[in-house]
Design a protein around this ligand. Structure first.
Ligand code: SF4
Length: 353
């Protein structure tokens, strides 16, 4: 089943496609305990523009109850989801309602209570991307300032013990290493450690090529799997910003909602919102004039407009410069969403509660 349902409303005017995704992204926390040098959360930009706070269980429950077509929710984005004190209720309720939870955007895993470590397995939290940018404390803390690598590894080991006990493959864990000049020599060690911990491994390009620049460019071109060692090189090679199509597509297929209900559209946007889902409902926020206009900007049909958040985004400016527009016909659910749908359907056959 496609996660985008397009309903055409008959009327005098040209029918407008309505967006009703089955996967959304709701930020569990815009608060983070680390101080990563390139992160807009650590710099205070995220808090200043979209607020610092946590998703309330009461809002989450109401959202699930009112939107039975929602099948999956991504909880991570700007902050650390494990700092949310109501996360246990959120995880348990999602499992009860057969809604798949993920943290693909990433978690630092420095602060996770024993109850949550067990709940992640017991209630089949689907996947977590663990942000670990080094294999020694000395290297790790250069970017993950205030982080404690031993604690992160010990939390992963505890999750693995629960997975063994519950005989479950969930949550699937990915070790994500942001490549820098100061950690590139540890990539192969990190790959080995990830394999020992039963994790998949991926290398991500840093958001600013000037912070701790890559020295072994060929290594990163290979290890990133992109043939590019930096976002600048990626943009030159592909005439598009790194990850831009995937992120902009979220306005259609996996819209981002802030912890307090603000419809942000995509996970990159902290400049403005398209209404409040907890007050107006998800259908209204996904199908109003401003978000429709944003979609038309992204597909190159309309000129930039100052009240649309995309007008402030570097990704949109790259699109404008390169004349590189999204093709709505090419927008499809991400592979993990398709896979997750099948897994949820088969979930009742699984042994564990
Ligand atoms: S242009 Fe920027 S703000 Fe707009 S959808 Fe794309 S990434 Fe998000």
């Amino acid at each position: 089943m496609n996660s985008i349902w397009r309903l055409f409303i008959p009327g005098k005017h040209k029918p407008s496609p309505r967006i009703r995704p089955s996967y959304v992204r709701i930020e569990a926390s815009t608060v983070c305990q680390l101080d990563c040098p390139l992160c807009p959360t650590a710099k205070g930009d995220v808090g200043r523009l979209i607020g610092q706070g946590f998703l309330k269980f009461s809002h989450f429950k109401k959202f699930i109850d009112k939107n039975p077509s929602i099948r999956g929710i991504e909880l991570s984005n700007w902050g650390e989801l494990f700092l949310n004190n109501e996360l246990l209720d959120i995880i348990r309720y999602a499992h009860q309602k057969n809604v798949q939870l993920t943290a693909y955007n990433g978690a630092n895993l420095n602060t996770v209570s024993p109850k949550i470590l067990e709940a992640l397995v017991k209630y089949k939290f689907h996947s977590i991307t663990c942000s670990i940018d080094g294999t020694t404390q000395e290297t790790y803390q250069i970017y993950r300032r205030r982080g404690d690598l031993n604690r992160v590894i010990s939390n992963i080991k505890r999750i693995n013990e629960h997975k063994k006990f519950y005989r479950s493959e969930f949550p699937r864990l990915t070790w994500q290493l942001i490549a820098f000049g100061h950690n590139e020599h540890q990539i192969e060690d990190a790959e080995r450690m990830a394999a020992d911990l039963g994790m998949t491994f991926q290398v991500k390009l840093a958001s600013d090529d000037q912070f701790s620049p890559i020295k072994n460019k060929e290594l990163i071109r290979i290890k990133s799997g992109l043939g590019a060692c930096s976002r600048e090189e990626y943009a030159q090679t592909y005439k598009a910003s790194y990850l831009s199509d995937r992120v902009c597509s979220q306005l259609w297929n996996h819209p981002q909602i802030n912890y307090d209900g603000k419809m942000l559209g995509c996970c990159n946007n902290y400049w403005g919102d398209y209404g409040n889902v907890f007050e107006e409902g998800v259908a209204t926020c996904l199908n109003n004039e401003r978000i429709d206009y944003a979609r038309e900007m992204l597909t190159g049909k309309k000129d930039p407009r100052a009240d649309i958040p995309c007008a402030q985004c570097f990704v949109y400016h790259d699109r404008l410069r390169e004349n590189a527009w999204l093709d709505p016909e090419q927008i499809s659910p991400e592979p993990w969403a398709k896979a997750g749908e099948q897994e949820r359907i088969s979930q009742p056959k699984d042994k564990l509660a």
